[in-house]
Design a protein around this ligand. Sequence first.
Ligand code: NAP
Ligand code: MG
Length: 404
Amino acid sequence: MAKIQMKTPLVEMDGDEMTRILWQMIKDKLILPFVDLKTEYYDLGLLHRNETKDQVTVDAANATKKYGVAVKCATITPNQQRMEEYPQLTEMWKSPNGTIRSILDGTVFRAPITIDAIKPVVKNWKKPITIARHAYGDVYKSVDMRTEQPGVCTMTFKGENGEEKTLTVQKTDGPTVWQGQHNKDKSIRSFAKSCFQYAIDTKQDLWFSTKDTIAKVYDGEFKKIFEEEFENYKAKFEELGITYFYTLIDDAVARVIRSEGGYIWACKNYDGDVMSDMVSTAFGSLAMMTSVLVAPDGTTEYEAAHGTVTKHYYRHLKGEKTSTNSMATIFAWSGALKKRGERDQLPELIAFGEKLEQACYDTLNDGIMTKDLVGLVEPGFKATATDSEGFLDAIAERLAKKLA
Ligand code: NAP
Ligand code: MG
């Protein structure tokens, strides 16, 4: 069989530990036999980031801007414990995801991968709920402090060209904690654009929630920028029959629980952090989530939502069998290949991505799954746990039949 051809390379970002092992297996078993794979390869494994003083992460992000589509393996974000584990590290390198996000200026969209045998905990959810998380500012770039005496705290802005504003935060009569946070119009606007574009691309309604009744200026700005941006997408929304809906975060939470699913829920940074864990857990597991970073210019980076699965990696190193779920990483590849196919008008490549995903669903529906999922299936559904490799072999077998 002739291999499926590509035009433009994908930006391939390799990673760490168990996901790096799965990465190679996915390529060997599911992609290379069928696709004449073109990638520009960047090794974001921790030691190579260290050798390049993290330049490789910046280069990979810039290549993503150049080519428009990337696929990323999970990577270690070093902490104190990792500094001890890898004594050769010269610095506690920053999170690659953070670096890439700030270069691409994007929004992270996470959606559950669902099968009939694994029902969401919320029984009326019939369709996936996608969380769109703004990934800049607020409490994640805040400063905070504690004071002991009675007194007054003020907040002052000094503009470079003379603009100056001071606010009294609070007068206090004793020990107090304080916090200062910010966000930028430019980042909020990018967030809004990415959300509207993603709603159009996936033909789903868009919900957006903040607490603008309380944070009148701060959250009010988010609401206002979304309204302004919506004007640019309104016609397309009407044409597709999808809607944009704004509501308060507490009202949104109640509506989400009562809903059937099937929409995108855009959240500010902290809300998105918390709500994406709630939604993903209620749907099943982090290994059954797709995750994609979308920049306002349409640049996309596909990844798995989970980490490098360290515990499984150490078992693998000892020669023990692992049962690590590769669904999220496979869907990162299929998503990236489909997007590459769309951009380069390669219907065969798009069809390949779809068949790969279908082969994954068929495998799970045949009851072949990794250990983490076996515990989640509905009573009466017969599921057998397989090891990491066996799961990929079962998918490869089904994929080959679909492509024959
Ligand atoms: P993790 O790698 O997501 O794993 C936590 C636990 O979740 C695992 O021990 C495993 O549970 C279960 N799990 C996660 N993914 C699984 C999969 N695909 N199949 C089966 N089980 C899975 O999180 P972590 O242990 O907190 O972090 C490990 C490293 O990943 C850290 O160095 C962190 O910096 C990095 N990280 C990277 C990313 C990213 O690049 N996107 C995201 C998060 C974390 P059991 O052990 O019970 O089987
Ligand atoms: Mg979190």
